[in-house]
Write a protein that binds this ligand. Structure first.
Ligand code: ATP
Ligand code: MG
Length: 257
């Protein structure tokens, strides 16, 4: 199963929104998809309409990645109960966010190895580089780094690439960056244009196209518990198309690996 991680090492730049957009694109493309909610805030679990729907959650899976625990932490998403499942997030997972012994970093990967019914797994990581993000990245084939065109987000993106590189040399030899998604792009902002140019200078071909524009439809669909492909209007269609392109790029990269 191809496993795609979404990380940033910075809060609030859009990891969860990108995870949800890619899950929406995956379902629209007919891929049976599992979303892993590694963030103790559990925003993804809520947005996918899966809260409280399973007996266990990802915290129990990281305690013991046996197949029966994994099964008991899976819930169907209200977006599409046949195509989309969630490995439930919970505040309890924060227990696993401290320093982690290297020999334990493979627990999420071990858990995912007990499953074979998905065409794609997407992991939503928390904002910090703690044990949870390390677990997540160690389980991935490819990692997407999400950023906004602002100074602090740009420096965080650089740190995220360094973290991916460090993990590849230690616990995750197969891990590769897929690229940078620039989110919340506003058409007429000179500061943003400056930061975009800076990102292009730093990451060159790793910048994924298209960039994701800032659109009210993103928050409206999330607030209504619906997928962006299922939300009316031209802005939602534009976002949906952007996620289709990024997903296609990711699937291509992971099938070549
Ligand atoms: N392209 C966009 N257009 C409009 N709103 C957006 C966009 N991307 C994200 N948002 C909004 O910004 C807020 C933060 O986004 P999100 O929760 O996806 O970030 P995050 O990186 O997952 O945050 P955290 O670090 O807390 O996990 C949310 O309210 C979301 O709806
Ligand atoms: Mg989030």
């Amino acid at each position: 199963m191809p496993v795609l991680g979404v990380c940033s090492l910075k809060g609030g730049v859009g990891k969860t929104s990108i995870t949800l957009g890619l899950a929406s694109a995956a379902v629209a493309a007919g891929l049976r998809t599992l979303v892993v909610d590694l963030d103790p805030q559990a925003d993804t679990t809520l947005a996918l309409g899966a809260t409280g729907a399973a007996a266990q959650d990802v915290a129990a899976v990281l305690d013991n990645p046996a197949d029966y625990v994994v099964k008991s932490a899976l819930a169907v998403s209200s977006w599409d109960p046949d195509m989309l499942d969630v490995l439930m997030g919970s505040a309890d997972s924060a227990r696993h966010d401290g320093p982690t012994y290297e020999h334990r970093l493979g627990r999420l990967a071990t858990a995912l190895d007990t499953l074979d019914e998905y065409d794609l797994v997407i992991i939503d990581c928390p904002p910090s580089l703690g044990g949870l993000t390390r677990q997540g990245l160690t389980a991935c084939d490819r990692a997407l780094v999400v950023t906004e065109p602002g100074l602090f987000s740009v420096t965080a993106a650089a740190r995220a690439f360094k973290a991916i590189d460090d993990l590849r040399r230690s616990s995750a030899p197969h891990l590769q960056p897929l690229g940078v998604v620039i989110n919340r792009v506003r058409a007429r902002s000179s500061e943003q244009a400056y930061r975009q140019a800076e990102l292009e200078g730093m990451f060159g071909p790793l910048i994924l196209s298209p960039m994701i524009p800032e659109r009210a439809a993103m928050q409206q669909a999330q607030g209504a518990g619906r997928s962006i492909h299922d939300w009316p209007g031209a802005s939602a269609a534009e976002l949906a198309q952007a996620f289709d392109s990024i997903l296609a790029r990711g699937m291509r990269a992971m099938s070549e690996a």
